[in-house]
Design a protein around this ligand. Sequence first.
Ligand code: FCB
Length: 411
Amino acid sequence: MIKFPQGFLWGAATSAYQVEGNNANADWWEWEKNSGRFRSGRACRHYEFYKRDFDLAKSLGHNAHRLSIEWSRIEPREGKFSRRELKHYFDVILALRKRNIEPIVTLHHFTNPIWFSKQGGWVKRRSVGYFLRYCDFVTRSLARYVRYWITINEPTIYISHAYIMGVWPPQEKSYLKAIEVEENLASAHIAAFRLMHKIYKELKLDGPYISIAQNMMAFVPGKRDLKNLFAAYLRDRVYNLGFLERIVRHNILRYKAMDFIGVNYYSRQLVELKKFGIPNLAMDVGDGRRHPCERNSLGWDIYPEGLYGVLLELKKYGLPVMITENGICTPDDNLRWNYIRAHLKYIHRAMKKGVNLTGYLYWSLMDNFEWDKGFAPRFGLIGIDYKTYRRTVRKSARKFARVCKTGVLED
Ligand code: FCB
């Protein structure tokens, strides 16, 4: 039997674009129209059904919920802020508060307003100012009801998918642009961090607690020889910790721009170099024949022990850590529960080793639009029938609910 501390945050995460539906002012929407790929359409219609969805979360014992605000709803035209959409998010957050569910609010989760991307998006330096203006508007209005904020979701994934591999809008394949984007995202976070703290001070409010959600993987050398060990070390430094270190200690005075560390963890990457070269160091992966493990329906390796290592590595920053995403897409709901249970065990073990973990948010509360993979991957604790929009609570959700309600994980 494993016991988690009182006050631990338990819940699930979503993002606006993936669940709300009809986000027609976002760059993703435009891209879906033109790329002939999957259409997010009405998604889960969470924009309309959020109260019922939160009732379900409540019945499952969740005391926290991560959601995102869709910038393109709040500011559909440059500088024109929508009071009506702000009111919507205000209602959403109050609906959580009414149910005693702590909101954890993300300000940027992969999508941008169309006008913003038309002006060059995150490649341009002025992106920082635009983002700040949006943060200012939202924070001033919601500060009284929100303590926890994530400024930017998975900057490293956003950069690699949108600007290096070119699989997400704006489909660039340019290292030079990727460097600009990283620079601007880091500046945007740091500036937003300061601004939001200032607003809370002005309003004489406690908090806020601000982070990013950093995607972290276990980089495991397939063979323990020098080149693979070196490549695994390098990838950990660059992909896991590179962006984080820019903002945890972003100048010589080591002023921190983080109140806690949000971690998204899903999988391992098997590092197996074909030869010793720069692209190989950065990218070669093994096919897993020599180190097989179970996989989710997108082919990602299931590797709970990796989370332990990742968490211990964060100890040196001396900040609380929150698991802001961890989850599995699978048609096999038993596997989902095994996945959750195994990860919780390693989280608990890391806590015993002194990592200050404050919460666990499963990805996702419900099945949703999985970006360029469409609706096929099923990550939800709650299943969605996309014809009727009926919600079905899965067994894994009920098992997880027992942990949320009691703080105890039975063997
Ligand atoms: C993460 C994203 C989230 C979701 C999960 C499966 O990288 O933050 O939106 O797509 O992966």
